[in-house]
Every structure is written in C-alpha cells, then in structure tokens.
Write a new protein. Sequence first.
Length: 235
Amino acid sequence: MLSFLRSLVALAILAALASGCVKHVKPYEEKKRDYRSDLEVVPEPATPSDGAIWTERDQLNRLFADPRASKINDIVVVRIEEISQANNTAQTTLVKDSEISAQIANLMGAIERFQKSNPNFNKDSLISSKYKADFDGGGETKRGGKVIATVPALIRREMPDGNLFIEGHRVVMVNDEEAHFYVSGIIRPHDIDRNNSISSSLIAEAHVEFTGRGVVTEKSEPGWGSRALDYAWPF
C-alpha cells in the first residue's frame, strides 16, 4: 500500500512538471462563417455604350474615386462599439384576510341542556375561524457589457444587391493570455467613411465575438471537478 501511494505521488509530480513545460495556449483556429442570404436579388445586366473604353473592373479606375474598400479582398476597418445594458425588476404583494364566526341560539333546548352540564361552553362562539396570509416578494436583475476595439476585415463576398459581406479576425497576446476578436456581417458600401472604416452598429446580420484563453481565463473558471460535482449534486 505504501509503495502504491509513493508511485501515485511521483506520478502526480511528473504530471505537474510536464504541464509546466507545455505551452498552455492551443493553436488558434479561425472561425469561418458561410453566410447565405435568404433574399436573392438579380441585378440588371449592364449594357455597354458604343465606343466606351471604361470597364468597371479596371484597377486604374481607383485613380478617379475615393480609396474605399469596395471589391473582394479589400480591407475595411471595423470599429467595434458594442454597449448593452438590461434591467428587469419585479414586485409582488399578496394579502388575504378572512374571518368566520357562527352561533346557534336555540336547537330544541339541546343547547341549554348541554350548557348546564358544561359551564365553560359558550353558545355565542360555537364556531370561530380567522385566517390571515401575507406575501411580499421582489426581484431585480441587471446585466451590462461593453466592448470597444478595432478589427480589420476583408470583403469576402459581393452580394447581388451591391452590399458586401465582410469577415475579420484579430488575435492579441499579452503574457500568455490571448484575446480573440471576430466580426462578420453585411455592410453597405456608402456606409464606409473616408478613413475606410465602419462602425459595428451599421453591420447587418452581425456576428461580434470576444473571447480569451490563458492563465487569467483558466483561473476565473471553476475546475472540472467542481463543475461535475455541481452538476451531479441533487441538493
């Protein structure tokens, strides 16, 4: 038995040393969103004029236009400014008060005869009942969140109606603590400002995610044993 305990302790020490030598942050797998629009718009085909030499896809056309993202693989900077607050308050008050009193003045002389043999009997309060119940309950929940960041995104698709589907990732690592930003959605080309950026509030069908991995994230979560016990504990 003693040798078994020694082997168990040695195994635990080796496992701790091995975990300290291995980097805790796993390789980051970028999220890919396969966006499908339920609304399909078929644009009218362009009819070139006779003698026209201008083409829409020519890169030289950008010399005569604002340098804003408009084509596939162009970069647009997304300013994530997501602030959410929610408050919910409930108040319940219940009051119930009832009182019942009954008396029998005369029952063919039986009440008088029973009262003579039982001096403590009071016919005026033969039946008496009183009930009162009070309940006062209340609850309040508050929740808030705030995320401010900038994430460069690529134009992945050009929709038939002219809108653009964008998707971008950003990974920031400080002291072995990773922060992952992800944003995707549909934007209108004219919402892109002169700085080639757009606010997240102007993105339709938006997916905005902010997650973290590392020592701080691990320490802020309960261990697997605590979670298993909390899940299985019946009381």
